[in-house]
Design a binder for this molecule. Structure first.
Ligand code: COA
Length: 146
């Protein structure tokens, strides 16, 4: 399957919001995505298949620390390696950082397995992190600095 990873544009936001709504209980709104696109255009990537956006990732570098803000793949295109492509590209964009964190709902077992499969490790827990009271697991990717 030929997948192209490229920077997000404003014209992609409708499709990104559609993927978001089909992926999360409490989806981000279009204005949140527009804010990230305007503030951090190099850290907002999409995966495209046959001209259609099928996934996205947003990551930010803050000094030595990086954070993955969000990542999702269209349900019908999951388990095909697209999430791995997106996370590896964003880790490359954040290569100035020593470590990259992401917060994942404790009940989101597939995402926890996914992040473990690409080298993240469980680092801690934040109780009642989400507005519905669910805990967050902090997953961390540490670079090997030689
Ligand atoms: C998490 C997510 C982005 C993974 O995307 P994906 O394209 O399906 O991931 P990949 O195909 O690259 O999977 C890589 C590996 O992760 C693990 N994995 C991914 N989904 C899994 C699942 N549902 N159950 C168990 N392991 C899973 C597997 O080890 C998989 O390798 P394999 O398919 O060879 O077994 C996708 O499931 C998604 O969009 N979920 C909803 C949104 C979300 O939870 N985002 C993360 C929170 S920020």
């Amino acid at each position: 399957m030929k997948i192209r990873i490229r920077k997000c544009t404003q014209g992609d936001l409708g499709k990104v919001v559609d993927i978001e709504r089909r992926s999360f209980k409490c989806p981000y709104t279009e204005s949140v995505f527009l804010y990230h696109l305007l503030m951090n255009p190099d850290g907002f990537l999409v995966a495209q298949k046959d001209g259609v956006v099928v996934g996205y990732v947003i990551g930010i570098a803050m000094g030595r620390k990086g954070v993955v803000i969000s990542l999702a793949v269209s349900p019908e295109f999951r388990r095909k390696g697209i999430g791995s492509r997106l996370i590896n590209e964003i880790l490359d964009c954040l290569k100035s950082t020593e470590e990259v964190d992401v917060q994942v709902r404790i009940g989101n077992r597939s995402a926890l397995k996914f992040y473990q499969s690409v080298g993240f490790k469980k680092e801690g827990i934040i109780k009642n992190y989400y507005s519905d009271g669910e805990d967050a697991i902090i997953m961390r990717f540490k670079r090997i600095i030689s």
